[in-house]
Design a protein around this ligand. Structure first.
Ligand SMILES: *Cc1c(COP(=O)(O)O)cnc(C)c1O
Length: 464
C-alpha cells in the first residue's frame, strides 16, 4: 500500500463522526437511523477495501454521504423487475425463459383476484383434482390418454424415474446423457430417483440391439432423452422412438421420452429443424413423455407429463407428486396458454414465443429501422443496422440461428462495458449483446412498446 493510500485511510471519517454530523441528518431521517448506519458501515468498509487495493477514491464526507445514498436506493429497488431483452435469445433462461402471453396475465388478474375453483368440482361441490382443466387441454392438444403436471421438467423426470424405476434399471443411450444448464444431468437425476442407469451404445451410435441385449430381470424402463441443447451429427445412429416402443411392448417394459423443450407446433414451417413435437411422441406410443412449460411451449415454468393411463396414474400416486405440485397462479397461466393452441390464428398473433420465432423479415426490418432512427437522434453515438442471427435459446434447438437485423451502437464517450452496465442498471433494465466494438440490439426479442423505451434508456445513460 502506498503512502497516499495510507494517508487517505487515516482520513476516512468514523461511523460515529458521520452519524453525529449535521450534514447526514436529512438522509438519516429519510432512511431511518439504523438502516442509514448499516449502509454507512458497508460504504466505509467498501472504501477501505478499495483504498487498500490501490483504487483512487474520494474520502470527504460529501462523497461518502452520496455513496450511502446510492446504496440505500439500490437496496430499495425491487429485485425482480421487468427487463428489455435485446439479446435476440428468445428463451433467455436468465431473463425468465418464455414471455407469458397476455391471455395468461389477464387470466391471473381476473381469475385469481379472490378465491378460485382450484380444487372443487362445481357440479358436485366435492374436492377435485387441481390440474383437471390443464389435463383436458393436454389430452386434446397432444392426443394422449392421460396427463398431469408438476413444477418443472426436472421434477417431472425425477418423479417419473422414481415412480417407474426406483431400485431397478433404466436403459439409455450414451449419446443421450444430457446436461442442461443449472446442474440438471440425466445421470444425477437418475441417482436421486433411486434408479440405476445402464448406458448402452456409444456417443454417436446406438442400435436397438444394444438396448435389447441389456434387458434383464432388473430392467424397469427404456429411456430416450431428446438432446435438446446439442446435436450429434455425422456418423450417427439412434433407434426411432417407434422402434424403442416396439421393443418395450415385446419385452413388457414402459418407454419414457424426455423431450425437454416440447413443442406442440412443427417448427419446420419456420425453418427450424430437428425439434420433435409432443404429438409425434404420443403417436409413437411412448408410455410417458415429459417436457417443460416455459421453453418452446411458451407458458409458465412447469413440467408436463403425458402418456398412457397406467403410467400417469402411478406417477400421480407417488408421494413426491405432492412435493412437486403446481400452484394456482401457474395453473391459471398454463390453462390460458394452452387454450391458445386450440385456435391457430390466435396462436401466431398472441403467443410471444412463437411470434418471435415466426417474425418475418419485413417486420424485423421495420423494427430495426425504427429503432435506428430513434437512436440516431441522440448525440454522441454512431448507429447502423446490421445483419446478424437470433437464437431460440433456453436449451432448445441448438446450432440453429435465425437471420435477424440488429441495431449496432457505438457510444463515442463511454466504453462498451460501461454502456452495457448502465443499461442493465436502469429501470427497466436493458440486456444487449456486446460484440467487438459495438453494443448490439436485436429487435426480434423486443416486446410491444419497447423500441421507444429502449431508445429512451440509451438517451438516459449517455453523458450529456
Ligand atoms: C430443459 C430440459 C430439462 C429440464 O427442464 P426444466 O423445465 O428446466 O426443469 C430436462 N430434460 C431436457 C431434455 C431438457 O431439455
Amino acid at each position: 500500500m502506498g503512502r497516499m493510500a495510507r494517508d487517505l485511510l487515516r482520513k476516512l471519517p468514523s461511523v460515529d463522526r458521520i452519524l453525529s454530523s449535521g450534514s447526514s441528518r436529512e438522509l438519516q431521517m429519510a432512511a431511518g437511523r439504523e438502516p442509514f448506519a448499516q449502509c454507512l458501515r458497508e460504504t466505509l468498509e467498501d472504501l477501505r477495501a478499495r483504498l487498500k487495493a490501490g483504487a483512487e477514491v474520494a474520502v470527504d464526507e460529501a462523497s461518502i454521504l452520496e455513496a450511502v445514498r446510492e446504496r440505500l436506493e439500490a437496496k430499495r429497488r425491487p429485485g425482480l423487475c421487468r427487463a428489455i431483452n435485446a439479446t435476440g435469445i428468445i428463451l433467455h433462461t436468465g431473463l425468465g425463459r418464455a414471455v407469458l402471453p397476455k391471455a395468461a396475465l389477464d387470466a391471473i388478474a381476473s381469475e385469481q383476484k379472490g378465491y378460485s375453483l382450484l380444487e372443487v368440482d362445481r357440479a358436485s361441490g366435492e374436492r377435485s383434482i387441481r390440474e383437471t382443466h390443464v389435463v383436458r387441454l393436454l389430452q386434446e392438444i397432444t392426443g394422449a390418454e392421460a396427463a398431469t403436471v408438476v413444477n418443472n421438467n426436472a421434477g417431472a423426470t425425477l418423479l417419473t424415474l422414481a415412480t417407474l424405476a426406483r431400485g431397478r434399471e433404466v436403459i439409455t443411450s450414451r449419446g443421450q446423457l444430457v446436461e442442461i444448464g443449472g446442474s440438471f444431468r440425466i445421470p444425477d437425476v437418475m441417482e436421486q430417483s433411486g434408479a440405476k442407469l445402464v448406458e448402452v451404445g456409444t456417443t454417436n451410435k446406438t442400435y436397438l440391439s444394444d438396448y435389447e441385449r441389456r434387458i434383464g430381470p432388473d430392467t424397469a424402463l427404456l429411456l430416450r432423452v431428446h438432446p435438446s441443447n446439442y446435436r450429434i451429427v455425422g456418423f450417427t445412429h439412434f433407434p426411432s422412438l417407434e422402434d424403442l416402443v416396439a421393443l418395450g411392448r415385446k419385452r413388457d417394459l414402459p418407454v419414457m421420452d424426455d423431450l425437454g423443450s416440447g413443442a406442440f407446433v412443427d417448427l419446420r414451417s419456420y425453418g427450424i429443424q430437428g425439434e420433435p413435437t409432443v404429438q409425434e411422441s404420443v403417436k409413437a406410443g411412448a408410455d410417458v413423455i415429459t417436457f417443460s412449460g416455459d421453453k418452446l411451449l411458451g407458458g409458465p415454468q412447469a413440467g408436463f407429463i403425458v402418456g398412457k393411463k397406467k403410467a400417469v396414474s402411478e406417477i400421480r400416486k407417488n408421494p413426491l407428486f405432492r412435493a412437486l405440485r403446481v400452484d394456482k397462479l401457474k395453473l391459471t397461466a398454463m390453462e390460458a396458454t394452452l387454450k391458445l393452441y386450440l385456435d391457430p390464428d390466435r396462436l401466431v398473433r398472441e403467443h410471444p414465443t412463437l411470434r418471435m420465432i415466426a417474425m418475418g423479415a419485413d417486420e424485423i426490418e421495420r423494427r430495426a429501422l425504427d429503432l435506428a432512427a430513434k437512436l440516431q437522434g441522440i448525440a454522441g453515438v454512431s448507429v447502423e443496422v446490421r445483419t446478424d442471427a437470433s437464437e431460440i435459446g433456453g436449451g432448445s434447438v441448438p446450432a440453429q440461428q435465425i437471420p435477424t437485423r440488429v441495431v449496432a451502437l457505438r457510444p463515442s464517450r463511454l466504453s462498451l462495458d460501461e454502456t452495457a452496465a448502465r443499461l442493465r442498471a436502469g429501470s427497466p433494465c436493458v440486456f444487449a449483446r456486446v460484440q467487438h466494438d459495438r453494443v448490439l440490439f436485436d429487435v426480434r426479442t423486443l416486446q410491444e412498446g419497447e423500441i421507444d423505451e429502449l431508445a429512451e434508456a440509451v438517451r438516459r445513460i449517455l453523458p450529456a
